[in-house]
Design a protein around this ligand. Sequence first.
Ligand code: S3P
Length: 414
Amino acid sequence: MFIRPLKNFDRVLVAAADKSITHRAVMFNAFARGEAVVENALLGGDCRSTIACMRALGATIDVDGSTVRIKGAPGFCDAVLDAGNSGTTTRLLTGLLAGMNVTASIDGDESLRTRPMKRVTDPLSLMGADVTTTGGKVPILIRPASLKGIDYVLPVASAQVKSALILAGLHADGVTRVTEPIKSRDHTELMLRAMGARIETDGLTVSVKRSELKSADVRVPGDVSSAAFLLGAAAVVKGGRVTVKRVGLNGTRTGILTVLREMGAKIEIDNFGDEIEPYGDVTLSHTDLKPFTIEKEIVPSLIDELPLLAALACYADGVSVIKGAEELRVKESDRITTTVEALKNLGGDVEPTPDGMIIRGKGGLEGGGTVRAYGDHRIAMTAAIAALGSEKGCEIEGAETAAISYPGFWEIIC
Ligand code: S3P
């Protein structure tokens, strides 16, 4: 895939639907009582993996365009599950299945087989779960067990781990309490509450009791993590301006907008709404960008946008620093290494650190190199945005991986 620099980017667009919310809407309705319609679902690779897993467990799921109709199966059957590339599917399902009286295995692709799973299975074992990993990774085997609630303090802020324990808590005796060091995305809590679960949030602690869920219709907002690439395109192309409609604006996800504003980007938000999750239309108009420093407190609210922010930092004048982001090393690729390599190939001055990056911005990128995506959707899209504002563009190897979270991305950008 060759990315040609753009002379102008002036568009009104609808971003791809939210990946995290689609996973949850499909997964939770698949074991709830009743029938539900999920509108504007994301049908990228990861969410298709969730749909396939929930069908294998016994739920009836029909997909028609971006509308997904789900008839829940409150009791699941035994199954052999393939989570593909999806860490969210794997971790949430491990927690969900731990107390559901089934025998199930979860495996996935080469990238998923490198990702840490003990962060989920260790606390689940403390709850009494019978879950075994393969050297801390998938394949994971889950067998029937009775669960009891625990008080657990997460060593890292992770919505996937938090969600796994909350889902296990729905099938456990007593109260399951999960406390995070920094608040991560709370889509699980919001959706479970809307489905009638006994769940409460108090600061950084979520408490959940055994609950039966009622189906709930969901209209999925746009994914702020996908919208970020479109905003990024307007930020790097001189004179650029983009409006992205109906973007999810959950405050646990909008760190990207905070940092873009710190960088001097002109951002306006209107047409606010709230249906389980808040949303609105976001407009960004091109301005000269300033460097930023990202501290660990804000990292969970923009974890998936850090490669893109590193690319935008190359367009600022001065030194930007990303700290407290060691979690990037265990994403679909080691995103510190792959981001640094990608931006260097485009002429950027970027240095890795154990927990982040130092980016010496020179007000733009020369481009001209070849970037490998390493099977990581966000690296492929980051390279594309970095190249759009550059002098020479770039070649991307493995660009098709963008379809994991953003089918249709290349049609917008090229
Ligand atoms: C996600 C949580 C984040 C994020 C991932 C999706 C979720 O992962 O990086 O893309 O839907 O819960 P962690 O929970 O591991 O930080």
